[in-house]
Structure formats: C-alpha cells, structure tokens
Design a protein around this ligand. Structure first.
Ligand SMILES: Cc1cc2nc3c(=O)[nH]c(=O)nc-3n(C[C@H](O)[C@H](O)[C@H](O)COP(=O)(O)OP(=O)(O)OC[C@H]3O[C@@H](n4cnc5c(N)ncnc54)[C@H](O)[C@@H]3O)c2cc1C
Length: 435
C-alpha cells in the first residue's frame, strides 16, 4: 500500500457484505450510526449454502425491514424439516414459532443490499477488498483496494463480518480452535423443478447427507455435506453434485430430468468448522461465520448471524458514545455475540454423531416416529427459542415408545404433489407482502 493513498474516515467499518455484515450495517443505521460496508465482490453475493433461514432469522429480517424487499420468485416459506433415509422414508418436525424461509442466496443479498441503500447512514463499497488492518492510537487503519484504487480507511471500530476464513479474526489474533475435529465439506447446485414438499428435506446416508431446499415454485436446491474421512465424491467439477445423487436413488428419481438442466454451477467448499477464541478485541468485534461455524447440518448459520447483528447493534452505539472501545469494554459486546454462536454448537455436534453412526441415526428415527413434538422442540432449541429442560415428559415418553414400537415409516416422496396452492394458504401474511 502506498503512503500517498487517500485517507477516509468512518465511525464503523464493516468488513464483508454477506448476510451478517449487511444485517449489522442495517441494524446499526437504524440506531442512527454511520457505517461503511466493504465487500470484495459485487452485490448481489452468491455463496455455497443450504439456503434455509429459520423462523428466528425471518423475524430479524422482518424487524430490519428486509422482508418486504425479497422478490417473490426468490423465496418460499417452509414449515419444518423432514429427515429421510436413503429409501425416502422418515420423520418430520414443524416449527411452532413461525415459518422458515427458503431463499436463493442472491435473492437474500439483493434484499439486504436494497434495504441498506434506503438508509442514509450506510455507505456501500463494492469491489473493496481489505488488505490489511492495524490498530493506531486514534483508531483502526484499514488498507483497502477499492475499485482497483488503493486507499486508507480510518475507523473507530471495525466489525469483522468476513466469513469463515476471516482475515479480521487473524489480524486481531482472535483465531481459535474449531469446535469439532471432523473435516466436513459442502457442495450445492440448483435445478428447475416444482417443489414436492413444504419442508426442507435432509436425506441421510453414512457420513453424507443431501439437503433439498425449494426456494421458488420452480427451483430446488440440492446441497450435500460430507465427512472427508468417510466419503470421497467420485466426480469433481461440473458433475460433483449430480454424481452424488447416485447415493440417493429415490431422490434422484424424484428430480428426474431436472438433473440434466442445472441452473447454477456446482460448487464446493470446506473444511467447514472454524472458531474465534473470543469475538472481540480493542476496537474490533466479529459477527457471523467469522465468530465461528460448525456445519450446515443444522442450518442455522444465517439465522445466528442475523441475531448477532441485532445483539451487536443493541450495545455498540452506547460504547461508541462513551468512547469505551478498549478490550475490557468490548468484552460484554463480544460475549453476547459468542453466546449466540456457542448455543448452536451442542445440537450441531449431536447431528454430526447421527451422520457418522448409522445405528444411532436408526434409533433416533425410530424414537422420533412417535415423537413429532420432540422434533419440534429440537428445531426451536436450535434457534435459541427454548431450553433442553423445557422438553415435556409426555414427548420423552413418546420417544421411548417409538424406540420400542416405531410407527411404520410413511413414504414422503411418492405422491409428488406440488405444494403450490396448499402452500399459499399457509404463507404468513408478512411473506405474502413481498414480491
Ligand atoms: C454447504 C453449506 C450449507 C449451509 N446451509 C445453511 C442453511 O441452510 N441455512 C443457514 O442459515 N446457513 C447455512 N450455511 C451457513 C451460511 O452459509 C453461513 O453461516 C452464512 O453465509 C454466514 O454469513 P456471513 O455474512 O457471516 O459470511 P459470508 O456469507 O461468508 O460473507 C462474508 C463476506 O465477506 C466478504 N469478504 C471476505 N473477506 C473480505 C475482505 N478481506 N474484504 C472485503 N470483503 C471480504 C466475502 O466476499 C463475503 O461476501 C451453510 C453453509 C454451507 C457451507
């Protein structure tokens, strides 16, 4: 970076314009804070993701004013999750606190971008890569390459929303140990097909799962997650996702000819698990995957980032007003963000055990076949909306009954009916506003 680079100033610099960074900028701007968002790519951003936002995340999007800006052909509500074995038989659980939203990542990014543009306090710098970050006596110094030009941005506070491989985390010496040692990878591709379910489906095999997320009336996403110690994809590149469908013949048959006409390129990433030691330092706080990420298996990454954005916007403006931005003062802010991530870890670890150990998975499927309430409890727990100890004894008894006398599994994929009209009837009003 040259010394004659122009110097600009901002109270808050958000590094990364993914869901967590954009939501943080919006939440701060709604509190009257001025923010610059630096994003190395251009909006709308795409990313490998299962594309399911949990009800708690949908509520944040609503509170931030993002929900009405989501185009109707970019998203579709879902009522819960369905776990299926390779034959397409399994168990399902529905949320009891609202609907999730299956949303194309570019559609989510576009809505966040348009909401940010509506707010006076936000400057959006696209094609702005932060190359280096140092702390100075009067603030943070960011060396930025913006639209090919070098510049320096001085900020009172830097928010690291730069994803799993966060450089802000590294520059602040906040790198921690991943919460799990298993090395899992993820891949995804989109296909033109009418959705056949109003739940996100998870198809389980040993060490690998397929996730089916319908994000419009004519688009489904197929994502895979796998453990590199147990499974290696037969093909790489363009055929990665379609070749993995051979692991799930019933699913492959359901997708039929759609498999020959993908609407996005197959893409993969991994290993997935990362974590920060702590989420804050002098004048720095992390948010989203930069704080930590376990796995896509429980599908709460975006939701956690959105909740963290709100938590951060609750506390940061007060600290800034009092100029309390040292390590100790920033700790309470960091802890509130860390807690949201840490709460996601136990369930993700439990789900990873089900992926690795088929006998355990079979038992859980048996138990849940008579205990849909327990499945619902787990989904709500995953969003931090209930506690372990609040599970009802009746539900636990049903689980034990299911272990002993499992209900005959119902085939979930045979009927092939389109959800279009039925689904429209269950759309929450606030989602119908969109489009
Ligand atoms: C296979 C898979 C399936 C998943 N399924 C789900 C799911 O169903 N539901 C769910 O909620 N979550 C899911 N997730 C997780 C979810 O994708 C992440 O939790 C979410 O994207 C995190 O958002 P973020 O804003 O923290 O990071 P990101 O989305 O990674 O955004 C970070 C941004 O920072 C930018 N950036 C990075 N470095 C710099 C720099 N130096 N300068 C400027 N900009 C920079 C990047 O370009 C990027 O736009 C899944 C993840 C995987 C891998």
């Amino acid at each position: 970076m040259q010394y004659d680079s122009p110097i600009k100033q901002t109270p808050v610099a958000v590094v990364g314009g993914g869901p967590a960074g954009m939501a943080t900028a919006i939440a701060l701007a709604l509190k009257g804070q001025s923010v610059v968002v630096l994003e190395r790519g251009r909006w709308p951003r795409d990313k490998i993701c299962g594309e399911g936002v949990m009800p708690a995340g949908v509520d944040v999007l609503d509170r931030l004013g993002v929900l009405p800006l989501i185009q109707s052909d970019q998203a579709r509500p879902f009522r819960g999750i369905c776990w299926l074995d390779k034959q397409g038989q399994g168990v399902e659980g529905d949320f009891c606190s609202g609907h999730g939203l299956a949303i194309r990542r570019t559609g989510l990014s576009d809505a966040l971008y348009r909401r940010a543009q509506q707010l006076d306090g936000i400057q959006l710098w696209g094609r702005a890569t932060v190359k280096d970050m140092t702390i100075e006596s009067d603030g943070m110094r960011l060396a930025v390459s913006h639209e090919g030009e070098s510049c320096i941005l001085m900020a009172d506070v830097v928010i690291g929303a730069d994803g799993r491989n966060s450089r802000v985390r590294k520059w602040s010496e906040l790198q921690g140990k991943p919460p799990v040692s298993v090395r899992r990878w993820g891949a995804r591709q989109h296909f033109t097909a009418a959705p056949w379910s109003d739940r996100v489906e998870v198809w389980w095999a040993d060490g690998v799962e397929a996730y089916i997320t319908p994000s419009s009336e004519s688009r489904v996403e197929v994502a895979f997650l796998w453990d590199e110690a147990v499974f290696e994809p037969a093909e790489k590149g363009a055929k990665l996702v379609t070749s993995m469908l051979s692991l799930f013949p019933a699913l492959r048959a359901r997708l039929a000819d759609a498999v020959d006409a993908p609407t996005s390129a197959a893409a993969a990433m991994g290993p997935l698990a990362v974590a920060a030691r702590v989420a804050s330092s002098d004048r720095v706080v992390l948010v989203g995957d930069a704080v930590g990420y376990v796995d896509g298996i429980t599908g709460e990454g975006i939701t956690a980032g959105l909740l963290q954005a709100e938590a951060l916007a609750e506390t940061l403006p007060g600290l800034m007003a009092e100029n309390r931005l040292d390590w100790d003062s920033m700790r309470s802010l960091g802890s509130s963000v860390e807690d949201i991530f840490r709460d996601t870890v136990p369930l993700a670890k439990a789900a990873l055990l089900l992926s690795r150990y088929p006998w355990m998975r079979r038992l859980v499927f048996r138990g849940l076949s008579r205990a849909q309430g327990l499945f619902t409890h787990l989904l709500e727990l995953n969003m931090g909306r209930t506690h372990w100890y609040k599970v009802s004894p009746v539900t636990l008894c049903e689980f034990v009954l299911g272990l002993l006398f499992p209900r005959d599994p119902k085939p979930r994929v045979a009927d092939g009916r389109s959800m279009t009209s039925k689904n429209a009837a269950v759309l929450p009003r606030r989602l119908q506003r969109s489009g």
